[in-house]
Design a protein around this ligand. Structure first.
Ligand code: ADP
Ligand code: MG
Length: 503
């Protein structure tokens, strides 16, 4: 593809200069520019890519796409030997240029996008697993990892820049993928990182207070999520899968309907894609599904009520993507818990152990509330192990202490990636929150020792939460990074305590 072919696909306000030869790449980071690449200079939240145009030129860029009239005028005069394009929206142009450069993978993959405050990662994993069980090949993009036609890669961003998303899609398409399942964070929507992808199915899990530091107000935050459904900036989805129990869900449903989408509401005892009843069991849940496509009792290995909702969302989305109801009912029984997302650790002990990624005060409130519901049924206590990251927002620490304390009967505060900081100092900043909550607590900087104390002291019916690290496999200390996997450590300790196979 050459410059003229590329710009023919882009909405622009001005074009000039000249560029010869084949385009070797499309980049938004000047450090990645190689000979023959096109550099998209766009104004961002943190920096302005227009400041790096000279770097991109020095690295061999053959064309510059800019959202700055000033950059455009300057290049026309001083760099007549490069192609220059002025666009209104830098990020949208990045999407369009990437789609063109990567040969339009968005036309080969049907996209399912998942947004909401909580449950995106879980719902994305479950949806992908259901599509794969039905024989599909997919690209998954989200917080924990990326999947590219069966290959697992580390995740860099929950929702990457459009360029990187298109590259993943193109690689997937090359290996036969026909489905994209992606988490779409509100930041990503706000910044237009999914620009250029017309979602076939859009899923809304729920909406609660979160990320206010970025979006400022709840309304702005919600407005960002709405973009996936309302058809105003991006094409409306063909099918909108929306939580019927969520107040904002109703607003979204109305907006999606106005935009021409088929709306499918899901919920527990609510919506037409519903769990009429469910029962949490030691192994997961038994759910009575009632949907317009059929009714059935399904057995799930996922713990907790929120996972009943996530499962309904995934089931409804996968059905919208063409998987038959009866097939889905069979596939649900095979679904495995998502790593670090309300993940049970089970060695046959008479109490519940859950590893979860919750690492904010909101998430801890949410998590302990879920645990409280479970513990109420087994007449046990909620015991929470958690810590706060080092070299990060210190104001979170007492708030997390308070949240964990208010939701638990016993808290063991410990370390969670202290980084360059002294773990004892971090604990000292958590303690005022714990004190204020009135909870019984201890503090133990060594995370494995803290987990051992929690598990060793647990009684029948208790729910032990090991919060903060979730799927992470490492602990980052001042002395270096060491392997640390909460689920593995917990399983090992349960073994020492005499539970598990062969005991
Ligand atoms: N549907 C849900 N509603 C409320 N909380 C949830 C839901 N699903 C998961 N959670 C909680 O939120 C945490 C984050 O879940 P995750 O699937 O990673 O969501 P996200 O990708 O939106 O952050 C989970 O570990 C669990 O404690
Ligand atoms: Mg996520």
């Amino acid at each position: 593809m050459n410059w003229n072919e590329l710009i023919a696909e882009l909405a622009h306000v001005g074009a000039g200069g000249r560029a010869e030869g084949a385009i070797t790449g499309v980049e938004y980071d000047s450090r990645k520019v190689r000979q023959g690449a096109v550099f998209v200079a766009m104004k961002g939240a943190q920096t302005d890519g227009n400041r790096y145009v000279s770097k991109a030129l020095a690295a061999g860029a053959l064309g510059i796409i800019t959202d700055s009239a000033e950059t455009f005028d300057h290049l026309l005069v001083y760099s007549p030997d490069v192609g220059v394009l002025e666009v209104e929206h830098g990020r949208r142009a990045l999407g369009e240029a990437s789609a063109a450069f990567f040969s339009h993978p968005e036309r080969k993959l049907a996209a399912t996008g998942i947004t909401g405050t909580n449950g995106k990662t879980t719902t994305a994993f479950l949806t992908e697993a259901l599509l794969n069980a039905a024989g599909g090949t997919s690209v998954l993009v989200g917080t924990i990892e990326y999947h590219v036609a069966g290959e697992v890669r580390p995740s860099i961003h929950t929702t990457p820049e459009s360029r990187d998303l298109f590259e993943l899609m193109a690689e997937g398409a090359e290996h036969g993928a026909t489905e994209l399942v992606t988490e779409v964070s509100s930041h990503a929507l706000d910044q237009g990182r999914a620009a250029g992808i017309a979602f076939d199915v859009a899923v809304f899990t729920n909406f609660t207070r979160d990320h206010l530091d970025y979006h400022g107000t709840m309304d702005k935050y919600f407005a960002a999520k709405r973009l996936l459904f309302d058809g105003l900036v991006y094409p409306a989805p063909r099918v909108a899968v929306i939580n019927a129990q969520d107040e904002r869900g109703k607003q979204l449903a109305a907006a999606a309907r106005r935009a021409g989408a088929e709306v499918r509401l899901f919920g527990i005892g609510a919506g037409e894609w519903r769990a009429a009843k469910y029962k949490l069991t030691p192994g997961g849940a038994v759910i009575e599904l009632e949907t317009p496509a059929g009714s059935a009792e399904v057995v799930s290995r996922l713990a907790g009520e929120v996972n009943v909702l996530n499962l309904l969302a995934a089931f409804t989305a996968a059905h919208a993507r063409g998987v038959a109801f009866d097939d889905l009912v069979g596939f649900v029984a095979e679904l495995r818990p998502v790593p670090g997302r309300f993940q049970p650790v089970d060695a046959g002990q008479p109490f519940t152990v859950i590893v979860d990624y919750a690492h904010t005060d909101d998430a801890l409130r949410n998590l302990t509330m879920l645990a409280r519901q479970m513990a109420a049924k087994t007449e046990g206590r909620v015991v929470t192990v958690f810590g706060c990251g080092g070299d990060r927002d210190r104001t979170k620490r007492p708030k997390m202490g308070l949240a964990a304390g208010e939701g638990s009967d016993l808290v063991i505060a410990t370390s969670d990636n202290p980084r360059s900081e002294d773990p004892q100092m971090i604990l000292a900043e958590i303690e005022p929150g714990l004190k204020a909550s009135g909870v019984k607590y201890t503090m133990e900087p060594d995370r494995a020792t803290a987990i051992r104390a929690a598990l060793g002291g647990a009684a029948r019916g208790d729910v032990v939460l090991i919060a903060g690290k979730g799927h992470e496999r490492e602990q980052i200390l001042a002395t270096g990074t060491v392997p640390f996997d909460d689920a593995q450590i917990a399983l090992g300790i349960l073994g020492e305590l005499g539970y598990g196979e062969g005991q």
